[in-house]
Design a protein around this ligand. Structure first.
Ligand SMILES: Nc1ncnc2c1ncn2[C@@H]1O[C@H](COP(=O)(O)OP(=O)(O)OP(=O)(O)O)[C@@H](O)[C@H]1O
Ligand SMILES: [Mg+2]
Length: 306
């Protein structure tokens, strides 16, 4: 697959704050490229530089092999992290207003149907639910029929139904060959939609690749989970004494705040047979694969960010 967008040694300083610190990556045509990272990691700054909205301190962005010019922001689709909409206008009027800004537009009826806007076309912008508002903003991002679309946290704050519904819309956009750059704080969303992700932290890229490949690279163990209250007291004592770990386990154990004991193991069979030997009630046992959220927390730490 050829690369449609190339970012070369991008840096952005805001006075003494280095928001983006010498990052490079390529985005392939037709893929969904995910950008993850804690608050303040530099995702929006990077996205706005790629859109041609913010000037980098240094570095370049190439679209189809050529440096992006001032016209790029009219060719791409943009859904900002925060967007103010015109009060007193209906959804239909707003779409027409935005359509009027571009020489070439998508078919509005088709767009309305694809973004599920039919039922609230005549509602005032101020009356929209979170999900309706984000669907309308997606329609606005697609109004110039772009080949590449930037969606900066489009599902933040949506309820689970609205979020899953939005994922279907994104899949529909991808099925037409459109390239999507998506930032999100939802690991499940990245795992579901993205062909490739980068994880940013403090302006750097700290991991990059297809989600499954990243998981395979970082983890070879699985988690066996048991509610702490289901463990016999003797087992808990053994588990809490590091020297005795080998008695029951093969790797490490952690007592979670939610009352579960997590045993990290590369040999589930052996761990379970040892648990049975120790008389542990396995009725509530869970086995969990390590996921993107584990990777994210492992790479970025659990400390609070800004
Ligand atoms: N216009 C600005 N002026 C000064 N500092 C800025 C500006 N925009 C962003 N920053 C700073 O740059 C850093 C990166 O911010 P950015 O908005 O890119 O992060 P983000 O990864 O999008 O975070 P979030 O997940 O909260 O949206 C932060 O420290 C932020 O305070
Ligand atoms: Mg942001």
């Amino acid at each position: 697959m050829t690369s449609i967008l190339k970012v070369n040694s991008l840096t952005k300083n805001f006075q003494t704050n280095i928001a983006v610190n010498d990052i490079s990556f390529q985005i392939k045509k037709g893929q969904c490229f995910g950008m993850l990272g804690p608050n303040g990691a530099g995702k929006t700054t990077t996205i706005e530089i790629m859109e041609g909205i913010t000037q980098p301190t240094s570095g370049e962005v190439f679209y189809k092999g050529k440096p992006i010019g001032h016209l790029f922001r009219e060719q791409c689709g943009i859904q900002f992290q925060h967007t103010a909409l015109q009060d007193f206008l209906s959804v239909r009027e707003t779409l027409k207003l935005f359509a009027g800004l571009y020489p070439k537009t998508s078919d509005l009826d088709d767009l309305i149907q694809r973004c599920n806007l039919e039922s609230f076309l005549d509602s005032d912008n101020r009356k929209l639910s979170g999900g309706q508002r984000q669907r309308m903003l997606l329609a606005i991002a697609l109004i110039n029929d772009p080949e590449i679309v930037f969606l900066d946290e489009p599902t933040t704050g949506l309820d689970p139904q609205a979020r899953h519904n939005f994922w279907d819309l994104i899949k529909n956009v991808l099925s037409r060959g459109t390239t999507i750059i998506l930032s999100t704080h939802y690991m499940e969303e990245a795992a579901e939609l993205c062909d490739e992700i980068i994880i940013m932290d403090r302006g750097h890229i700290i991991a990059q690749g297809p989600p499954n490949q990243l998981l395979q690279q970082h983890f070879n163990e699985q988690l066996v989970r048991i509610p702490e209250q289901k463990l016999p007291k003797t087992s808990i004592e053994k588990l809490k004494q590091p020297d005795d770990f080998q008695h029951i386990l093969f790797q490490s154990t952690s007592f979670q705040n939610d009352g579960w004991v997590e045993i990290s193991t590369t040999d589930v069979n052996k761990t379970i047979s040892n648990l049975i030997r120790d008389g542990v009630d396995l009725n509530f046992l869970q086995i969990r694969q390590r996921n993107l959220e584990d990777l994210f927390l492992e790479l970025t730490g659990k400390g609070l960010r800004e």
